[in-house]
Design a protein around this ligand. Structure first.
Ligand SMILES: Cc1cc2nc3c(=O)[nH]c(=O)nc-3n(C[C@H](O)[C@H](O)[C@H](O)COP(=O)(O)OP(=O)(O)OC[C@H]3O[C@@H](n4cnc5c(N)ncnc54)[C@H](O)[C@@H]3O)c2cc1C
Length: 481
């Protein structure tokens, strides 16, 4: 079993690290599907555009997803109609459908070999308790004019209590897509730098200065496509979003051309890739319910022989179920909060941000406005999110889960700083600081992937302390500050 995402098991192109001070018109921070879609959308823009990625292009959340390109996003339209109104639900549906059509057009036009396959998307339940959720979503999709098909059995012959499916949706290989798109987006004026971490942004007069460890980037416009909006702490983003963690495994199976979401508790979702079945399950918020992680570990233990790849991933969920895309402040733009559906939402973001950066009208500017407030009925959700994060913080401080780890990793304290020491199969010791550089939670160890993880906001570090998923902008290796 490999504990990496199935998508990361390919060779990808390397880009240089930034090694001098530069000036650029537009700086895009983050080379996931959002940043790369945007760089591509701006291909014909004559201004100087620089994209910086702290690790490697596409290796963040993008290459850890299940990579379905679909507008059947569980019961999103029912939720939006309830949170807002019919028109908002319909606008989101239209934006998503347009994004799918345009994304597939780009893939075909640019001949991007990313294993794109047209599949039907299913939404179903095996339990009588969830029939209503499926029926409500079916009704609202039909009221948009979408053709929805009912089924009694899935293509894998599983009999359902209630099941629907829609056509014209896709699955693909996200890292192959992002890598090829990055390659064709580079021009004399548009550059990509990898291993270039921005840890601070300042605005002086009319310019932003972004700081890497050794260099500065001066720019007019800045786009935060770094998944978690770390730089926006003062704008209460962490209160308007929360992290949801999910686990995925890929097992050998025959290839069936469909993808599906099972509306049950816990909800799980799956798709096929070549001769693998990818199953996602057990979403949970931080360590508030650590049982999910434990259950996952048990599931792995019992399926060890069948599992070819296993990994986990973080989603950013917004309190009102709509992403945050647009201008946040003085020439600073953001695209985040995709609520588990970033393949399509990142494409919506690229079209919207392109128009905003080029001072053009975009029909969806108001819908995704990142400065929108929290509706009254979401204040309770905000309270739950704050409580859950505070609980995770305190829990991480009190409970180091020593018995769960069975002495590997173990902990030591030197000059008031706590360190975790993991001993690998070759008896090599890996030592890290276990305090998250983001907001100071104690990190938990993920025994499957051998990573250190923040239970509050989802930062993930490898066994040597290198940050592989944000919001932390710093490492936890022993020699890091
Ligand atoms: C388990 C799971 C399954 C999913 N499945 C699907 C699916 O089937 N379909 C779907 O539509 N969506 C899916 N999603 C959601 C989707 O994967 C994400 O919403 C999307 O990939 C986010 O893309 P991104 O570019 O915003 O983030 P990322 O891919 O994380 O890119 C952000 C990049 O910014 C870089 N970065 C961060 N901070 C800095 C900094 N300070 N300086 C420089 N660079 C920085 C990071 O290294 C990273 O590479 C899934 C999500 C999860 C968790």
């Amino acid at each position: 079993m490999k504990t990496i995402p199935i998508w990361q098991d390919i060779k990808t192109k390397d880009y240089p690290r930034l090694d001098r001070d530069i000036e650029t018109d537009i700086l895009i921070i983050g080379g996931g599907i959002t940043g790369i879609n945007l760089l591509y959308a701006l291909k014909d823009d004559k201004r100087k555009i620089t994209l910086v990625e702290k690790n490697k292009i596409g290796m963040g959340v993008t290459s850890r997803s299940t990579a379905k390109i679909t507008f059947l996003e569980q019961n999103i339209y029912t939720k939006l109609k309830k949170n807002f109104n019919f028109n908002t639900a319909y606008s989101f549906y239209k934006a998503t459908k347009e994004a799918i059509t345009k994304m597939v057009t780009v893939i075909k036009k640019e001949k991007i070999e990313c294993d794109l396959e047209k599949v039907d998307s299913y939404f179903y339940t095996l339990s009588k308790l969830n029939i209503n959720e499926i029926t409500e979503e079916q009704k609202i999709l039909e009221s948009f004019g979408e053709k929805v098909y009912e089924v009694e059995k899935l293509p894998n012959n599983i009999k359902v209590q209630k099941g629907i499916y829609v056509k014209d949706t896709y699955v693909f290989h996200p890292l192959k897509y992002v890598n090829k798109l990055a390659k064709i987006s580079i021009t004399d004026n548009h550059q990509i730098y990898e291993n270039t971490n921005i840890y601070k942004i300042e605005k002086v007069d009319n310019y932003f200065t972004a700081y890497t460890n050794n260099n500065t980037i001066k720019c007019n416009d800045i786009v935060l496509s770094c998944h978690y909006p770390y730089f926006l702490l003062p704008f209460i983003f962490p209160l308007k979003c929360y992290i949801e963690k999910s686990y995925i495994m890929a097992c050998k199976n025959q290839n069936l051309l469909f993808s599906a979401i099972n509306e049950q508790n816990p909800i799980y979702s799956y798709r096929y890739y070549k001769d693998y079945l990818l199953t996602l399950s057990s979403s949970h918020n931080g360590s508030f319910n650590n049982n999910h992680a434990d259950n996952f570990a048990k599931l792995f233990a019992s399926n060890k022989d069948k599992i070819a790849y296993a990994w986990s991933n973080n989603d950013i969920m917004t309190l009102d179920n709509l992403p945050y895309i647009g201008l946040i402040k003085d020439n600073m733009y953001i695209a985040t909060g995709y609520n588990t559906w970033g393949m399509t939402s990142s494409f919506i973001a690229s079209l919207l941000l392109k128009d905003l950066l080029q001072k053009k009208y975009n029909h969806y500017e108001t819908l995704f406005n990142p400065k929108r407030g929290i509706t009254k009925d979401k204040i309770l959700n905000m309270g739950v999110s704050i409580f859950s994060n505070s609980f995770s913080y305190l829990d991480s401080k009190i409970n180091l889960r020593k018995s769960y780890y069975n002495c590997n990793p173990y902990f030591i304290k030197i000059s008031n700083e706590k360190y975790g020491i993991y001993i690998d199969e070759n008896k090599v010791k890996h030592i890290v600081k276990i305090k998250c550089p983001h907001l100071g939670c104690n990190l938990l160890f993920n025994k499957i992937e051998k990573t250190w993880e923040c239970p509050c906001h989802g930062s993930v570090f490898d066994i040597d302390g290198n940050c592989i998923l944000g919001p932390s902008n710093y490492n936890i290796s022993v020699n890091s500050n």
